[in-house]
Design a protein around this ligand. Structure first.
Ligand code: FES
Ligand code: FE
Length: 403
């Protein structure tokens, strides 16, 4: 049983502008608390609809220890369910992608339609009601070809994010992509330290020499480059193409489109395109990066030639899985239009560097000498914003569940 009063006290100890009390990063029950208070009650990006290319396609993933399955049915409608059989609870599908006309539980062969309804269950009594034993639904929204899920029946407001996302993503046509590569990286660090690291570029100039060749690592604040000549020229070029670029944000999301380094057309080892078949052709295929980020778990960059998403899912207080995905135009041919190792190189290198930074951070946070320290309001605006968001989300959960 989770000691809610203890978490309330820990949140009460937090000093404004500072990192969190030690227990919130390292204790085992902080994981259980975070899964319930944060991950269960947030919108999470599960992937792209192009990963479910035809009726019967499905993908299964774990949110912490909670298994979820997403399907495309015969009417091309996308559904999400708890991946837990309504007989005795076995998972139906292992994590990953697959395709099947129906979902068959491997244990006793209960069989479900792609819309989650129970199709068949043998040797059950005459009064058994199939209609009462469909898969339990998970909230799902598909916007501009991206799939978002929430495990709560009372999810946070989505529409403002959804409208903005549709507006910013539209020119890139995510519906016409395919999944070109994936990576799973295990990090021995608390997910909040992993996220802190992902939300600031204070460390980038020295920590990411490869990324720094194409990515403007010196941004301050919220991708704020106001007054910079190139930023002004970029804004005019994007306005001319009708591509939205202002930095906008809501309670749990941020998005913007910004210029890459001079001469860089994409985020790559040398700034040159990694894929010949582009997602968007305007401005010579140089449209900067559309970045979106969701609390608690994701950042993503869409450039003219590919999309990279990185989702952080905790599996314990001390271990976080970073799931990376690379998408390219569906007609791009591997070995002809792109090389998958080159496609993945810059973010694989960057993620390994970030893993080391987050793991070192975790090793230091367990020290009896750890005391919460101050964020840089200039260089760590978004990391501080994330810590503040975490605290207010955790407090809201306590306020609702403590009674
Ligand atoms: Fe699924 Fe028995 S647990 S059929
Ligand atoms: Fe980094």
């Amino acid at each position: 049983m989770m000691d809610i009063a203890r978490f309330s006290a820990l949140l009460g100890q937090r000093q404004a502008g500072h990192t969190l009390p030690q227990d919130l990063y390292i204790s085992d029950d902080s994981f259980a608390f975070d899964m319930n208070a944060i991950y269960r009650h947030s919108w999470l990006m599960a992937g792209m609809a192009c990963e479910l290319p035809k009726p019967g396609s499905y993908m299964a993933l774990n949110i912490g220890k909670w298994p979820v399955i997403i399907t495309r049915d015969a009417n091309d409608e996308i559904h999400a369910f708890h991946n837990s059989c309504r007989h005795r609870g076995s998972i139906l599908c292992q994590p990953g992608h697959g395709s099947a006309p129906k979902l068959v539980c491997p244990y006793h062969r209960w069989t479900y339609n792609l819309d989650g309804s129970l199709f068949a269950a043998t040797r059950m009594p005459a009064d058994f009601e199939k209609g009462d034993h469909g898969l339990k639904p998970v909230q799902v929204r598909t916007v501009a070809g991206a799939i978002f899920i929430c495990l709560s029946d009372d999810p946070p407001a989505f529409d403002e994010f959804g409208d903005r996302f549709a507006e910013y993503a539209a020119p890139l046509n995510f519906k016409d992509m395919k999944l070109a590569g994936t990576d799973l990286m295990v990090e021995q660090a608390n997910w909040k330290l992993v996220m802190d690291n992902a939300r600031e570029c204070y460390h980038c100039a020295t920590g990411h020499p490869d990324l720094a060749k194409s990515f403007p690592v010196v941004f301050s604040g919220f991708f704020d480059a106001e007054g910079d000549r190139r930023a002004t020229e970029y804004a005019a070029a994007m306005d001319a193409l009708g591509l939205p670029h202002q930095a906008v944000q809501g309670d749990w999301w941020q998005m913007s489109r910004f210029a890459l380094n001079e001469g860089a057309s994409t985020i790559s080892m040398d700034g040159q395109h990694l894929v010949k078949k582009l997602l968007v052709e305007g401005n010579g295929g140089s449209v900067g990066s559309f970045r979106w980020a969701l609390d608690p778990h994701l950042f993503a960059h869409a450039t003219s030639d590919h999309v990279f998403t990185c989702s952080f899912l905790p599996v314990s207080a001390t271990e976080t899985h970073a799931h990376s995905r690379w998408y390219v135009h569906k007609d791009a041919v591997e070995g002809v239009d792109y090389n998958v190792d080159e496609l993945k190189e810059v973010w694989l290198k960057t993620n390994l560097q970030d893993r080391d930074l987050a793991e070192n951070n975790h090793r230091g946070v367990v020290s009896p000498g750890y005391t919460p320290g101050p964020y840089s309001p200039d260089a760590e605006t978004l990391a501080l914003q994330f810590a503040d968001w975490y605290c207010s989300k955790a407090q809201a959960y306590i306020d609702t569940h403590a009674r």
